[in-house]
Design a protein around this ligand. Structure first.
Ligand code: ADP
Ligand code: ADP
Length: 232
């Protein structure tokens, strides 16, 4: 479970202080596919980056599976981050490494033996439907394929949570659909809790069971997708 209580995050810029998030409280339950929807600048990215402490909150609490993230030592935070994977709009693959080596990367960082890491990476390439792309380089892949490789890499350390930051925003509608279906499969079959940031209602409607609407750094509504977006 991810518990966010009274979270506030400000940025200091040359032109003054920006309040990116103000007094946000949210609960994301185990097994949820939780959507965070809002316009550009609403604070979605900052909120999700506060879950794994890529951004440090100024006030409030973030607890992931009972662990208060702000209180962790650097070593504890590294270990906690292995349980909280992330994928991005621009995939963030390592262009100088082939797909197998991209998927191995987090396992290498975690100090796993090479043979074990490669065996695990091949299983994951199978899971995302690209077993034949192990030796290919990211530049040789389509956008949808790149995101599949990024998903395989995100799953390498057996995370409990997958954070998706506009993960389908660079993809065409058909590819978006296939990636959303893969995310749904991962949630269902691997029991991974998923947080989906998007500016597209269609993404929330396709895969989320719960949703929070963010506007100007505030949660204006949260609850079951069926209730919030029900058409009277
Ligand atoms: P979203 O993901 O919904 O587009 P963001 O979380 O990226 O929104 O941004 C929320 C607000 O915080 C925006 O006003 C943005 O300009 C500001 N912001 C985000 N990151 C920074 C930063 N590193 N420095 C200054 N302002 C930032
Ligand atoms: P996906 O649905 O996974 O995005 P596509 O149907 O778009 O896949 O792509 C099919 C094939 O075309 C892929 O095998 C890929 O190698 C190639 N391809 C597509 N887009 C690109 C691109 N931008 N650069 C290189 N190859 C591409």
């Amino acid at each position: 479970m991810i518990e966010i209580q009274n979270l506030t995050k400000r940025f200091t810029t040359q032109s003054g202080t920006v309040v990116a998030l103000e007094d946000i409280s949210l609960t994301i339950r185990d097994g949820d596919i939780f959507g965070i929807i809002g316009m550009s600048g609403a604070g979605k990215s900052t909120l999700v980056r506060c879950i794994n402490m890529l951004e440090r909150p100024d006030e409030g609490l973030v607890a992931v599976n009972g662990r208060e993230m702000q209180t962790l030592s650097p070593a504890e935070l590294r270990s906690a981050r292995r349980e909280i994977a992330m994928i991005f709009q621009q995939f963030n693959l390592l262009m100088q490494r082939n797909c197998l080596k991209n998927v191995c990367f987090p396992l290498e960082l975690a100090g796993r033996p090479k043979a074990e890491a490669e065996a695990r990476a091949r299983q994951l390439l199978e899971l995302v439907g690209l077993p034949d792309k192990a030796e290919a380089y990211p530049a040789q892949l389509s956008g949808g394929q790149k995101q599949r490789i990024a998903i395989a890499r995100a799953l390498a350390t057996d995370p409990k949570v997958l954070l998706c930051d506009e993960a389908t925003s660079a993809l065409d509608p058909n590819t978006t659909h296939s990636i959303l279906q893969l995310i749904k499969q991962i949630n269902r079959e691997l029991g991974i809790t998923v947080v989906v940031i998007t500016h597209q209602m269609s993404v929330v409607e396709e895969i989320c069971n719960r949703v929070a609407i963010l506007d100007g750094g505030h949660v204006v509504e949260q609850g079951d997708v069926g209730q919030i977006f029900s058409n009277p």
